[in-house]
Design a protein around this ligand. Structure first.
Ligand SMILES: Cc1ncc(COP(=O)(O)O)c(C=O)c1O
Length: 452
């Protein structure tokens, strides 16, 4: 890996202690699940860049669609209609649960989350948003403050009306219970918390169907159904943050579909345009849409439903459908988890393997039995960055965050590429175990898909 020192001089690097970032990766081009740096080194993209490049790199249909649109029209006021704007809304609604009726397009997942929170407050006239402790809902004042991820430290105490609740996180159950014997005790606790907060002050509950970088765990079976029931009982809006889980990532078009849940609002981004042009969306049910028929929607931005993004999104939807990428992702996800579970057997540093579809998380521990985290919570240890650098040296792009390693390769990945990914990961884990001096007996890890 060649060190590139100069770009840092004028450029902030996101989510990083700036002076530590001495090893930069200079992206040059990509094709399928691979990309190359300027020195000609090849990387397997085990993260679809940042959970977004679901179609893989260099997709011809998307590139051509963007190019054709650029020739036709780039600058169109957000209040004007274009053929693609309405075509995209219709095409997107055809893929979401049929009760969702209207789309509002924005430029990122963060923007979509913030707008959804504002719409929920406006619609219900209630001030509070409930979010999990282990959650991430974007980098803007609203979402960063609502999400429980440690990155919220930047703007503590966050927006008034934020209430956090304990996660349904089976590997480290906050209630000391075991799934499924617990009968989802965490959902009972949430109901009690809603009652104590006074449910008539709660506008919305927001959850990710599979928590992304803030925990990497799926909601246990039945939990989403309980959430839907609680929201119905107390007139609270259910917001599904599908920014990572949307567009095939979990082996279904959307994460809510695994449990046939219809949220009141769905927030999406990333896979919507597969990262080719920034775009996000808030998609809502009829009763939310109706509220704004007779009341002002005071939201919007210059780049709402940008023509290049609409063209890219339409091409992406056609690709997902036309190439059968959603069922393919489900199949490849099963294979990936088989391989990861086998890999964990020979690596004591892996405490848990969990996720859904092609969204996988390894939780790393210093002691498998005691589940001692590799990196203590709320610290900014340089170890994750060192793991990432080592992974780049191995030609693998992944996310190392706290004690988590996250994988989310492009949906088009093939079995041989999964083998290659796991072989690289094997070498990275061996290096890491040596680095942290981990020479332990290898007891069983918690079991497949995070449901011990
Ligand atoms: C669940 C979730 N919500 C929101 C966001 C913010 O999206 P963006 O980075 O496009 O602003 C992210 C980003 O990773 C995310 O994972």
């Amino acid at each position: 890996m060649t060190a590139v020192a100069s770009p840092r001089q004028h450029l902030f690097i996101p989510w990083a202690v700036q002076e530590r970032e001495t090893q930069l990766l200079d992206y040059e081009r990509g094709e399928g699940v691979y990309f190359w740096d300027r020195q000609g080194r090849k990387y397997l993209d085990g993260l679809a860049q940042i959970f977004n490049c679901n179609l893989g790199h260099g997709n011809r249909r998307v590139i051509d669609a963007i190019r054709a649109q650029a020739e036709k029209a780039c600058c169109v006021s957000p209040v004007l209609m274009t053929e693609d704007r309405s075509r995209l809304a219709a095409a997107l609604l055809a893929k979401t649960p049929s009760e969702l009726k209207k789309c509002y397009f924005v430029n990122s997942g963060s923007e979509a989350d913030d707008q959804a929170f504002i719409m929920a407050r406006m619609m219900t006239g209630r001030p509070k948003i409930f979010a999990k402790y282990r959650s991430y809902h974007g980098t803007l004042l609203g979402g960063l403050g609502v999400g429980g991820d440690p990155r919220r430290a930047a703007i503590e105490p966050g927006p008034p009306g934020t209430v956090r609740f304990f996660d349904p996180f089976c590997y480290r159950c906050d209630f000391g219970q075991k799934y499924p014997d617990c009968k989802l005790h965490c959902a009972d606790a949430l109901e009690r918390q809603l009652q104590l907060e006074n449910p008539s002050t709660v506008a919305a509950i927001v959850v990710e169907p599979v928590t992304g970088a803030a925990g990497g765990f799926p909601l246990p079976d039945g939990y989403f159904t309980r959430l839907r029931q609680l929201c119905d009982k107390y007139g609270i809006l259910l917001i599904a943050d599908e920014v990572i889980t949307g567009f095939g990532r979990t082996g279904a078009w959307f994460g809510v579909q695994h449990e046939n849940i219809v949220p009141d609002m769905m927030v999406m981004a990333k896979g919507l345009t597969s990262g080719y042009v920034p775009m996000g969306a808030v998609v809502v049910r009829e009763h939310v849409a109706k509220h704004f028929e007779s009341k002002m929607l005071p939201l919007g931005s210059t780049y709402t439903a940008h023509p290049l993004a609409c063209a890219a999104a339409l091409a992406c939807l056609e690709e997902y459908e036309g190439r059968g990428l959603i069922p393919h992702a489900k199949k490849m996800g099963e294979l990936l988890f088989q391989r990861l579970n086998r890999l964990a057997e020979s690596h004591p540093i892996v405490g848990d393997v969990r996720g859904k579809g092609l969204l996988a998380c390894l939780e790393l521990v210093r002691d498998r039995k005691a589940k001692t985290p590799l990196v203590p919570a709320n610290t900014d240890s340089p170890l994750p960055m060192q793991i990432r650098n080592r992974s780049w040296d191995e030609g693998l792009h992944l996310l190392a965050r706290g004690s988590l390693l996250m994988l989310s390769p492009p949906l088009s990945i093939q079995p041989a590429e999964i083998d290659e990914l796991v072989e690289k990961l094997d070498r990275i884990l061996t290096w890491l175990e040596k680095t942290v001096g981990l020479v332990l007996r290898c007891g069983p890890h918690s079991g497949p898909n995070g449901n011990p």
